[in-house]
Design a protein around this ligand. Sequence first.
Ligand code: OGA
Ligand code: MN
Length: 349
Amino acid sequence: MSTTTTTRTVKPQAFTIEPTPVWTPLPLEGHIPSPYTTPSGLKVVSLHPSFGCELSGVDWAKPIPEALYRDIRDVVDKYGVVACRKTDLTDEAHIAFSSFFGDLDDVRPYIDAGRKHRLAYPELFDAGNIDPNTGDVAPLSAAQVVGNKANELFHVDSSFNARRAGHSMLLAHIIPPAGMGGATEFADSRTAYDDLSVEKKKQLEGLVANHSLFHSRKTAVPEYFKETDPMKLPLSKHKLVQKHEWSGRKNLYIASYVHHIEGMESSESTALVKELIAHVSNPKYRLTVPWVQNGDMIIWDNTAVLHRATGGSYEGRFKRDMRRTTVKDMSSSRFGLNGEGADWRVGLP
Ligand code: OGA
Ligand code: MN
């Protein structure tokens, strides 16, 4: 791969984003309708009582018109996680579709930190295990594999940047052999918030969490990052409880990136972070979505759900080529308490 390919960009499509109508609970069991047909005839089948669905009926081989995007977007706003099977989107079509959701993030901070980018576009985050130099499975000791190990902790993408991520679209180019793992798991942080006691909700209101990429890396692989002190590195501040504007529901914005809660005594803060992660990780809020075939894509909203990689026996042995576009949050909470317009970003080799 030549380095010149990393500078190519796909022109984002221009459009204005408006919140979709306020989400109204439906008089059905759980929080969501299923099966359900959207106005343009797409079929939605839920995967869990409160969130997550499989969406079918989109012809991914054709350019997606804006009206169809609106219909898909409405499903994403309600369900938080939307699995689209066998889209077979090319890198270009993946990027073009993602740009309907808003401003695309890119991997430049990782490249600047010394990482070699394997993929043709900086808008594609590499969540796979392929060595950019050999094109083969990267050794388990490679920095990229070590870094991706932290993806196995429940997180939201890029909460450690001044402007957090909104939506992510992860597309499978090569999945490992069946039965060897590699599924992606999600947690419903809107419903987890709803279920908190009145007292807990009162305690959390207004609290601010400090997010650090380095904190989660340290948690996942302490030995490797033992010299790293997150307190000496950038921390991104976001409220723990936020209104998810696209559905009107409240969301518990917690992640493995949360290093501490602002203004709280250290042991108290650590205990609260642990308690909230444990709460949202309760099996009743969790959904595992398997990758069935190459070309599958999962869309999720980082401001409504958490997610994690689940690993498996394929690791270090079989290729898993996963490419992710990441849309910068377009909601009014996008900068958290980092200052309007703040655009600093963090990366690792
Ligand atoms: C990601 C991520 C999980 C996975 O791409 O942001 O966390 O299963 N991926 O690869
Ligand atoms: Mn992720």
